[in-house]
Design a protein around this ligand. Structure first.
Ligand code: F6R
Length: 608
């Protein structure tokens, strides 16, 4: 979490840094700061709260002068969110300024060492320790100093560093946290994410873990950990500025919900040709595919729920056993995976620390790692054996929407692809399924169009302090994602329950007026889900039912009904989640919550 930016050029740095920070605010937003340098003096301003406070404090950067600078937006790890703990941090002698995203694990030991040497600390952060370490090691050679400090720190981080003696450059480094360099004309940039760069340049360099770089207005030199220059390819970003802006919507989340048909189309269409699913990007050989004994899907949060939804289709079509596991658990349970395991890693950002660790664990045990990632060039995409990109475009709202549905779509495509390759379904069946997947964008659009009343339903139910989502089979997987959406942006407590499990204890919580959202789109188990609905109604619950268009039976049981279009029953999930995304959005809006930047959260979780 946290976003960092850096600028070296001919223009005033502060307004550019502030603009960059605004686009990175989704990464953390409890405090922010910028530092610029001029005539050998570093000037720094920090402000608690959102970036707009920093903009006010600096008159949109007009109060700060200098053409070299670094900026930061914070998601607190070490120390409360306040002005003192906000980044940048200055060294005691005010020679160095640093911004950091990540964690320095051995900072306590370093703090002790520096305290013994007379250094004084003003903040509770790990970052202030490292900026003083730079000062301690400083011998007039900036590159050597940076290398020495990097060799001494442990952890997962990205940093940008300025030194008052070198007014024309910044040094950056990464190890486990994202950092991208932007190449301009007579100016260069660095940022945690390309969204902060696209308004200036589309030419970028992805630096790798354990590398560091020296950036001046006209040069970028990337070094490996021994200080040897490394040649890095220049990549072209395909996202444009509009994709990273709100485009007339009140919130990024609503814009991204509405973008889902387009995002699905961009993800699905290039992979379906002549009635078959193709993944031109895959390196997995036929022999490897035939050698798969087990599939393990690992991810965090919504990406994990996408995996749970995809699991049903993968198992049904390929008849290969599929396990799903939370990345933060997988890495610590000595999992049983080997060279016959296909490990599917799912991540929108491609930077989630737990997911990266799970991936490394699986690779070390010999599994083939196939990742489903949205951000091109992200750590997960670069470390995987195979990558399938979701082409959702930049997702800015902290709560994922189009990220999730495109992940599910890729799992559907992959299930059909694998089943055909293994001969579990015929070419004709595969063609029919592939065609059905190509219909998902328009079906998802209909799910949006069918539900103009969701704003009213949200108004009606917004006061529920605690509610349930119930469903069976794949509906249960959708319940988990629907419940997470509601919790994270509206702060209402909700539980997702397999409908048949409620009576094993939790039904004790059902009382008069309790809202139960019952998903009954998986029709083979419709009657069974209805029995569970009857059970909760008998105990006074109000039921909001979600069912397929044309299903009349739901109206006899539910107090209110949401319908979704009929798709191939295997592929319900993208259309089914839409009303739950909209419900969460409108409840949060009615309750005046901060929708795009919910409290305590950050978009990209780059710490364990
Ligand atoms: C919820 C949400 C999170 C992410 C999770 C994984 O709306 O966005 O639960 O799904 O943090 O993030 P990625 O997909 O970037 O690995």
């Amino acid at each position: 979490m946290c976003g960092i930016v850096g600028y070296v050029g001919q223009q005033e740095a502060a307004p550019i840094l502030l603009e960059g920070l605004k686009t990175l605010e989704y990464r953390g937003y409890d405090s922010a700061g910028v530092a610029v340098q001029r005539n050998g003096v570093i000037h720094m301003v920090k402000a608690q709260g959102m970036i707009r406070n920093l903009c006010e404090k600096t008159r949109d950067g007009a109060d700060l002068h200098g053409t070299v600078g670094v900026g930061h937006t914070r998601w607190a790890t070490h120390g409360a969110p306040n002005d003192t703990n906000a980044h940048p941090h200055l060294s005691n002698g005010e020679k160095f300024a640093i911004v950091q995203n990540g964690i320095f694990e051995n900072y306590l030991e370093l703090r002790e060492l520096l305290t013994e040497k007379g250094y004084v600390f003003h903040s509770e952060t790990d970052t202030e320790v490292v900026v003083n370490l730079l000062e301690l090691y400083y011998n007039g050679d900036l590159k050597e100093t940076v290398m020495k400090a990097l060799a001494r720190v442990q952890g997962s981080y990205a940093i940008a560093v300025m030194c008052a003696d070198f007014p024309d450059r910044i040094f950056v480094a990464r190890n486990g946290a994202p950092l991208i360099l932007g190449i301009g004309a007579g100016e260069n940039f660095c940022a945690s994410d390309v969204t902060a760069l696209v308004s200036h340049t589309k030419n970028v360099i992805y630096i790798d873990d354990a590398e560091f770089a020296e950036i001046t207005a006209r040069t970028i030199t990337v070094y490996d950990s021994t200080g040897t220059p490394v040649q890095k390819p220049i990549a072209r970003v395909t996202w444009d500025v509009e994709a990273a802006e709100k485009g007339g919507y009140d919130h990024f989340m609503l814009k991204e919900i509405m973008e889902q048909p387009r995002a699905l189309k961009a993800t699905i269409d290039p992979r379906v040709k002549d009635g078959h699913v193709f993944f031109e990007e895959l390196k997995l050989t036929e022999e490897q595919l035939h050698g798969i004994h087990k599939i393990v899907i690992t991810a965090c949060g919504s990406a994990y729920y996408a995996g749970q939804a995809g699991r049903y289709v993968l198992e049904q079509l390929t008849r290969i056993p599929v396990e799903t596991d939370l990345a933060s658990e997988f890495r610590y349970r000595d999992p049983i995976v080997d060279e016959h395991t296909l490990m599917i890693i799912i991540s929108q950002s491609g930077e989630t620390a737990d997911t990266i660790a799970a991936m490394k664990e699986a690779k070390a045990k010999g599994a083939h790692v196939l990742s489903i990632v949205n951000v091109v060039g992200s750590t997960i995409s670069r470390l995987s054996d195979d990558v399938i990109y979701t082409w959702a475009g930049p997702e800015i709202a902290v709560a994922t929407t189009k990220g999730y549905t495109t992940q599910v779509a890729v799992l559907y495509l992959f299930a059909v692809y694998l089943a055909e390759k293994l001969g579990r379904i015929s070419g004709e069946e595969a063609g029919k399924l592939a065609d059905d997947i190509t219909l998902l964008p328009q079906q998802l659009q209909r799910a949006i169009d069918l539900n103009p009343k969701l704003e009213k339903l949200a108004e009606k139910y917004r006061d529920n302090p605690s509610l349930f989502f119930i469903g069976r089979n794949v509906d249960y997987a959708v319940c988990m994602e629907g419940s997470l959406k509601l919790k994270e942006i509206s702060y209402l407590h909700s539980e997702a329950y397999a409908a048949g499990e409620l009576k094993h204890g939790t039904i004790a919580l059902i009382d008069e007026g309790r809202l139960v959202i019952a998903l009954a789109c998986y029709e083979p188990l419709f009657d069974k889900t209805m029995s569970n609905v009857k059970e909760v109604k008998a105990r006074g619950a109000r039921v909001l039912g979600v069912a397929l268009e044309g299903n009349r039976a739901i109206y006899t049981e539910a107090d209110d009904v949401i319908v979704i279009p009929r798709t191939n029953p295997l592929f319900n999930v993208p259309a089914e989640i839409v009303p739950l995304q909209l419900f969460a959005y409108y409840v949060a809006k009615a309750n005046g919550c901060s929708i795009d930047k919910p409290k305590n959260l950050a978009k990209s979780v780059t710490v364990e």
